[in-house]
Design a protein around this ligand. Structure first.
Ligand SMILES: *Cc1c(COP(=O)(O)O)cnc(C)c1O
Length: 373
């Protein structure tokens, strides 16, 4: 049996008529960039997260960068970011000229370790970007307390955590704002690229609206130097259709996570992901830690089961950040985990027999190789 990491085609086929109609509407109305379809999606996406405002942009990296620009974060400033995240998080900081300051993850839930944040604060620190990684909120209440106490802005990177919650409150609303990605493989994915910022802060909203459109307050009146970060009309229309299914799809992802738990609970060579108390994990990724990870990954691939690594090289050890002077040993937990983590196939399209098959192959790998060594 072949098990893909993701199955975007069957997702499309399950809602094909509605998607095709939505695209057709954009074409007929020539609403190609920003415009009414993007606005409708923005309103619905804000509402779903109980936020007042939403700005749609062209990708998640732009969402983060436009936010940092709006906050006037610049060269000489420092922004605290987790080591264990996708590269775009620190990259957005670097794009402003500011310096990302890396903090290790905690051992159980893989998100930034709140207990290590205060050590990283200096007189130049302006903000903290908390990433809700793999679909699980960071310890946002604790991090918000640290940010408030130290007069720092809290930004949430929600690229992997659409409609995730902590204590019943949506992610993206603990901080000043939440930055989302709609990259095609995310839980809510465009057919191409997309991103958004949600916030309850009217001033920030207005400024990001201007930044996404060349700093214009009205046509050809440029108040500040901005960017072209507009969301395309077709993506807005597609996202508005898919948003209606997101709750249902998320329920299925959570159910699939439970099924992995059921079929893999006796496998002592791996560590299953855990949901933080009071959190709603939306399982963008189903990340286990495994003994002899690379061999297991190869074995699964030989059996046509496709897995991923999120992420094989912690951000502080990337070549691009050599100039910052970090070295091995600076973030011991993330460094150790980068050699153990393995993302199993996960989506709302995944079926129980596939989950069962993947789980059996994992157990088979450990039983067979036990005899061969
Ligand atoms: C995907 C992702 C981004 C960047 O989003 P793009 O839309 O690819 O630019 C940022 N942060 C995290 C944690 C991500 O997973």
């Amino acid at each position: 049996m072949k098990v893909n990491f993701l199955d975007l085609k069957s997702q499309y086929l399950s809602i094909k008529d509605e998607i095709d109609q939505a695209i057709q509407n954009v074409l007929v109305n020539t609403a190609f960039t920003a415009g009414p379809y993007v606005k409708s999606f923005e309103d619905n996406f804000a509402k779903r997260h109980n936020a007042k405002y939403c700005v749609g942009v062209n990708n998640g990296t732009s969402a983060l960068h436009a936010t940092l620009m709006a906050l006037e974060i610049k060269a000489g400033d420092e922004v605290i970011v987790p080591v264990n995240t996708f590269f775009a998080t620190p990259e957005s900081v670097s794009l402003t000229g500011a310096t990302p300051v890396f903090v290790d993850c905690e051992g159980k839930f893989y998100n930034i370790d709140p207990d290590k944040i205060e050590n990283a604060i200096t007189k130049n620190t302006k903000a903290i970007i908390a990433v809700n990684l793999y679909g699980q909120p960071a310890q946002l209440d604790k991090i918000k307390g640290i940010a408030n106490k130290n007069n720092l802005i809290l930004i949430e990177d929600c690229a992997q955590s659409h409609i995730s919650e902590l204590n019943g409150q949506s992610v993206g609303t603990y901080g000043l704002c939440g930055c989302f990605s709609f990259y095609c493989g995310k839980n809510l994915g465009a057919y191409g690229e997309g991103g958004a910022v949600i916030t309850n802060d009217e001033k920030l909203y207005k400024k990001i609206m201007i930044i996404r459109d060349h700093g214009m307050s009205q046509k050809y009146h440029h108040e500040i130097v901005g960017h072209n970060y507009r969301m395309e009309g077709i993506q807005g229309a597609i996202l508005d259709v898919k948003l209606k299914y997101l709750d249902e799809w998320t329920v299925t992802r959570r159910k699939n996570a439970e099924l992995y738990g059921k079929y893999l609970k006796d496998c002592k060579e791996i560590v299953l992901p855990e949901e933080m108390p009071n959190a709603k994990h939306v399982y963008h990724l189903f990340v286990i830690r495994a003994e002899r990870r690379d061999e297991l990954m190869d074995y699964l691939k030989e059996n046509e089961i496709y897995t991923g690594l999120h992420y094989p090289i912690p951000c502080h050890l990337q070549n691009a950040y050599k100039f910052l002077g970090y070295k091995e040993g600076d973030s011991p937990v993330s460094e150790k985990y980068s050699k153990e983590i393995l993302s199993l196939p996960m989506s709302e399209q995944l079926k129980e027999d596939e989950i069962k098959y993947v789980s059996e192959k994992i157990k088979e790998f450990y039983t067979n190789s036990m005899f061969s060594v």
